[in-house]
Design a protein around this ligand. Sequence first.
Ligand SMILES: NC(=O)c1ccc[n+]([C@@H]2O[C@H](COP(=O)([O-])OP(=O)(O)OC[C@H]3O[C@@H](n4cnc5c(N)ncnc54)[C@H](OP(=O)(O)O)[C@@H]3O)[C@@H](O)[C@H]2O)c1
Length: 330
Amino acid sequence: MQYKAIKLVKRPGLTITPDLFETVTLETPALADGQVLLKQTHMSLDPAMKGWMTDDRNSYIPPVELGDIMRSSGVAEVVESKHDDFEVGDRVVGMIGWTEYAVSNGQGLNKLPPGISAEAVLCVLSLPGLTAYQGLMVIGKPQAGETLVVSGAAGSVGCMVGQLAKAEGLTVVGTAGSDEKCRWLEDELGFDKAINYKSDDLAAQINDATPQGVDLYFENTGGPVQHIVFNRMNAHGRIIVCGMIADYNKATPSPGPSWVNIIRRRLTITGFTMPDHWDQVPEMMQKLAAYLAAGKLKYRAHKLQGLESAIEGINLLFTGGNIGKLMVEL
Ligand SMILES: NC(=O)c1ccc[n+]([C@@H]2O[C@H](COP(=O)([O-])OP(=O)(O)OC[C@H]3O[C@@H](n4cnc5c(N)ncnc54)[C@H](OP(=O)(O)O)[C@@H]3O)[C@@H](O)[C@H]2O)c1
């Protein structure tokens, strides 16, 4: 059977452009013992992919080699199996890549329980929810009554962070790039306050929304919010550095705030990436599933259609054009 896949054939400059990719038509191979054939149904698009495309050999994960199928996670159905642990019809989540079909030896695949939608998996039970859980709950150690600010709050990680923090009894303030996103955060997700970071009076709005100062800052973006919140941090505050998307398409990253407040306020600033924590994924997935079942985590999927929509669509992450978790339905 023929299928399409997309290879990375060039390294990006400042932005991701269509000439970085080549769509190829491949033939599904005959399976060897211990292999499964997967038909991908939903493919995740993530800001980290920009980093995976660059030739940075000193990062937390090796780059995608030129000529290889672009790396991504996704949900797939087993359509053929010569593997003892997988049956035809099983649904799995794993690193499948920009491809309609893939052959796997089962390594890194997690079977999905029946009845859970692919959207719920990609929005909650995989990278966004896991990242939010690891960053907020494991690193941030939130306490009821504390105040949390999360940047990129309407994004896939940010909206999970805010909801988990609300479930734990915190006051939650989010920043996002449009009034529509802010309304969604306040009206549907229960954020105490959502602020459009493109407003002229951003500092005044953040100050007003955090009268008790800020105990936890979950950093997804960098940019002006970072400087303002840094100056609002309370003594022994924790800053969880998850992402800096405002810098991903810049030749020179923006300067950060002065370190003086790290001393004065005795702050703890921790960067983390999920690949360091894959061994804890099954346990974290169970915890997230419990929040989901209790109705404490709502999600929104922003779905593009067809494999090749990824090529242009990935840039929605950098323009703020996505509302909710960006994914491709195949
Ligand atoms: N450490 C980890 O293991 C890990 C794992 C997953 C994700 N991340 C990081 O977490 C962050 C969020 O990722 P995500 O997957 O949840 O993506 P996302 O938030 O769903 O999408 C990216 C969002 O970033 C915002 N953005 C783009 N450019 C911006 C800028 N210059 N200033 C401020 N905001 C900007 C846009 O929303 P607006 O409309 O609000 O601007 C856009 O919708 C990223 O930095 C990502 O790299 C880290």
